[in-house]
Design a protein around this ligand. Structure first.
Ligand SMILES: C[S@@+](CC[C@H](N)C(=O)[O-])C[C@H]1O[C@@H](n2cnc3c(N)ncnc32)[C@H](O)[C@@H]1O
Length: 321
């Protein structure tokens, strides 16, 4: 059972108070009915985490909590052992009292690609839909966001977030175990991020409307997704698998993505970055037991997936409501 009372108390006195109409019931239901088979083990690992004094937190150049000298080598070994129970660690990296959690993804690369293009996050209410373990939530807070909420239905990622939160202890950064489809129309966030999620949605246009309905007037959407080359009419709907993933539905061209955003009523649509995923950004480390990018591409042609589709190319779009 995870308590979200602290989150409820915070939003009761901020501009998200109308969320209290739906949220406690949804999360009670989640606590009662939807817990993963390994949930008890994960909770046990969390409850055994060491509790050193954490004097230093850096969220501006990395996600780092605590100094090496604030934790003994023995405690750090214990920390590593406990965090390993929360594998696979996909999004990161994290540095906790000198322990380098070298995640599969260098999520900082994505942050570096988008940072100069987005509006200043100072004092903003920010929502990150499909936030994974919450790496970018911390970076948003590092850029001055006032209140940061991530939603992601994958329970392991909530556990990983809570492990990092255990050391950082910042009430203004929260992750809720919800899917985008469970959000009411909050119309309350200054910036909404949706990165790496659109291609997993079976109905991408509905998804864009869901994102729109979270933004306050004048707010900004930051959307990152896989694209293919082509004109505004080009969209790839792969077969059963794309780069070994079963849940990939729509890969538009960059121009088609802009057209979709405009069709959904977004204004000032900008396509600001394109990047083909490199092995330095997604690779196997000791923090995952599964395959990684190298196994998803054609061994003879890194520009193709193993199924023969164009290799993953990611683009960032910014738009306003
Ligand atoms: C490719 S990851 C992207 C993570 C992170 N946003 C990033 O850019 O690194 C996709 C994420 O979407 C989450 N997801 C899956 N279904 C979702 C849903 N219905 N609503 C919101 N997020 C979802 C997954 O759990 C996963 O963490």
């Amino acid at each position: 059972m995870i308590s979200f009372n602290n989150f409820y108390q915070q939003i009761a006195s901020n501009r998200l108070s109308h969320w209290l109409l739906d949220l406690p019931k949804q999360l009670d239901d989640w606590n009662k009915n939807h817990l993963h088979g390994e949930f008890a083990q994960w909770t046990k690992a969390l409850s055994n985490l060491p509790t050193p004094e954490t004097t230093t937190v850096d969220l501006t150049t990395q996600v780092q909590a605590g100094l090496l000298e604030e934790m003994s080598d023995g405690e750090r070994k214990k920390l590593e052992h406990l965090l390993m129970k929360l594998k696979p660690w996909r999004k990161g990296p994290y540095n906790i009292h000198g322990l380098h959690v070298d995640t599969e993804w260098r999520s900082d690369f994505k942050w570096d690609r988008l940072k100069s293009h987005i509006s200043d996050l100072s004092n903003r209410y920010v929502l990150d839909i499909g936030c994974g373990s919450g790496y970018h939530l911390w970076r948003m807070r590092g850029e001055g966001a006032k209140f940061v909420v991530g939603v992601d239905p994958t329970q392991l990622f909530l556990m990983q977030f809570q492990a990092v939160q255990h050391f950082i202890q910042d009430d203004a950064v929260n992750l809720l175990p919800l899917g985008v489809e469970q959000l009411p129309e909050l119309k309350a966030f200054d910036t909404v991020f949706a990165m790496g999620v659109l291609y997993h949605r079976r109905s991408p246009i509905d998804f864009l409307y869901q994102l729109k309905s979270q933004l306050s007037k004048g707010g900004e959407l930051v959307l990152e997704t896989l694209i293919v080359d082509g004109d505004e009419h080009t969209v790839l709907v792969p077969g059963e698998r794309y780069a070994k993933m079963r849940n990939v539905w729509f890969l538009p061209s960059g121009k088609a993505m802009c057209a979709w955003l405009e069709r959904c009523g977004f204004k000032n649509v900008r396509w600001v970055n394109t990047d083909q995923t490199a092995f330095e950004e997604q690779r196997k480390t000791k923090w995952i037991d599964t395959e990684s990018l190298q196994d998803f591409l054609d061994p003879n042609d890194p520009n193709k997936t193993i199924e023969g589709y164009p290799a993953p190319k990611r683009a960032i779009f910014i738009a306003n409501v």
